[in-house]
Design a protein around this ligand. Structure first.
Ligand code: HSE
Length: 444
């Protein structure tokens, strides 16, 4: 006996820029395939964009175009609102209004969820609606679904990802061409890889938003962007990329969330990664996420982290999930943050001083007897074990005697101990310039 045809799910898009137009195109091109998977059609019925002319150009007469997003939210025929405006401002108001109107929400807005997720997910639960956000982390890579569902058997131990394509592109170029950050940033902007205002990308904020979301679904903790350590790539020099390479490491901007006995580390910073790891070889604007689970071991997810159709791929996957669950009871759905809301973990985000990593240090020192002994003595006082010490050839510096770069790699230590050691080393008269300190992760 044939099943009765379910009516299509009706979608309202808020914003039809790069991702919005990709979503419209993919839904249209693959409509039959999607209907076969979802069990019903999914159609864009309405689009809100301030640029109605552009919106009309994209959707033709397939959907009603308006300039006021609230008209979409107020339309009782719309089942799902897809928020593609971005940022914390009007997007927050519109998402909360859509939830209040009983609409399911799909969003690519990592900033909004990393900062206001607790309020938004609580509102959605109270209303019995879904807020889906696959597109918010690593674009087309289905990392949210993998963590929430595919790896649900595991105790996740850590997640570490290249989750910002702009900075990975810049780092790849710096390494390939031996160029400094500022030069490559300008080139990246000229080629369209970096935005005119690239602050969120290059200062690590975008990656930290995504790491915050990953930490929440990996460990069942609330989103806590305010507790994340955020460090970008603006201070990174070509010299350290070159030295790291000589030592067998690549420098990547990693978003890291790691479970420790006493809490959760949540941090984004440039990181030395052994060159032999797959993730060290992720180049250009590509993204990759490593997840370590106690049962599965290490898994890796790789793909495009941005762009029109890659991000649309994630948005449409969320729409298919919603289409399948439209008539299901809210309890039957996968919880927003993977864990049942009454079973969240009380583990706190650790202060940076408690974070444990190994380090790369570069010191510009006077090349004379006893300098190295003093430095290693200071590290020993803090119980910091040295993994390797490399001294570069001395440079001649007229009038001041010889100087040299000393590179020290350490074993794992508390960040607080390293800070104390750094302060003591920096105070030595034989340390001639600010010490460069980078964190290192073996990701084994
Ligand atoms: N600006 C981000 C990146 C893409 O460079 O990866 C959107 O999150």
């Amino acid at each position: 006996m044939s099943q009765p045809q379910l009516r299509p799910v009706r979608v309202g898009l808020l914003g039809i820029g790069t991702v919005g137009s990709g979503t419209f195109t993919v839904l249209k091109r693959n409509q039959e395939e999607i209907r076969r998977r979802a069990g019903r059609g999914i159609e864009v019925a309405m689009v809100a964009d301030l640029n109605t002319e552009l919106a009309t150009k994209v959707v033709g007469d397939a959907a009603k175009v308006v300039s006021d997003a609230r008209q979409v939210i107020a339309n009782p025929d719309i089942d799902v609102v897809v928020e593609l405006i971005g940022g914390y401002g009007i997007a927050k108001a519109l998402v909360l209004e859509a939830i209040a109107a009983g609409k399911h929400v799909v969003t690519a807005n990592k900033a909004l969820l990393a900062v206001h997720g607790t309020e938004i997910f609580a509102a959605a639960r109270a209303k019995g609606v879904i807020v889906a956000f696959e597109a918010a982390v690593a674009g087309g890579i289905p990392i949210i679904k993998s963590l929430r569902e595919g790896l649900t058997a595991n105790q996740i131990q850590w997640v570490a990802g290249i989750i910002n394509g702009t900075t990975n592109f810049i780092l790849s170029e710096m390494r390939d061409k031996g160029l400094d950050f500022d030069v490559v940033l300008k080139e990246a902007q000229r080629l369209g890889y970096a935005e005119a205002d690239p602050t969120f990308d290059i200062e690590g904020v975008d990656a930290a938003h995504k790491a915050t979301l990953l930490s929440a679904i990996a460990f069942g903790i609330p989103v806590q962007f305010d507790k994340a350590h955020v460090e970008g790539i603006t201070k990174l020099s070509a010299t350290d990329i070159k030295y790291a390479e000589q030592l067998g490491y690549r420098i990547k901007l990693l978003g890291i969330a790691r479970r420790r006995d006493n809490g959760i580390e949540l941090r984004t910073h440039p990181t030395l990664v052994p060159m032999r790891r797959l993730i060290a070889n992720v180049e250009g604007a590509m993204n990759a996420v490593l997840v370590q689970g106690d049962a599965v071991g290490t898994t890796m997810y790789y793909g495009k982290g941005a762009g029109s159709e890659p991000t649309a791929s994630a948005v449409v996957a969320d729409l298919v999930d919603i289409a399948r669950l439209l008539d299901a009871a809210p309890e039957a759905r996968v919880p927003h943050l993977a864990f049942q809301p009454d079973s969240m973990s009380a583990l706190a985000i650790l202060p940076l001083d408690e974070v444990v990593t190994s380090f790369y240090l570069r010191l510009r020192v006077a090349d004379k007897a006893g300098v190295l002994a003093k430095l290693t003595g200071i590290l020993a006082e803090q119980n910091i074990s040295i993994d390797a010490v490399i001294q570069r050839e001395a440079d001649e510096v007229s009038g001041e005697g010889n100087q040299t770069d000393l590179i020290i790699l350490t074993h794992d230590t508390r960040e607080g101990s390293m800070n104390q050691a750094l302060a003591a080393m920096q105070a030595l008269p034989t340390v001639l310039a600010p010490i460069v300190r980078l964190r290192k992760e073996e990701l084994a």
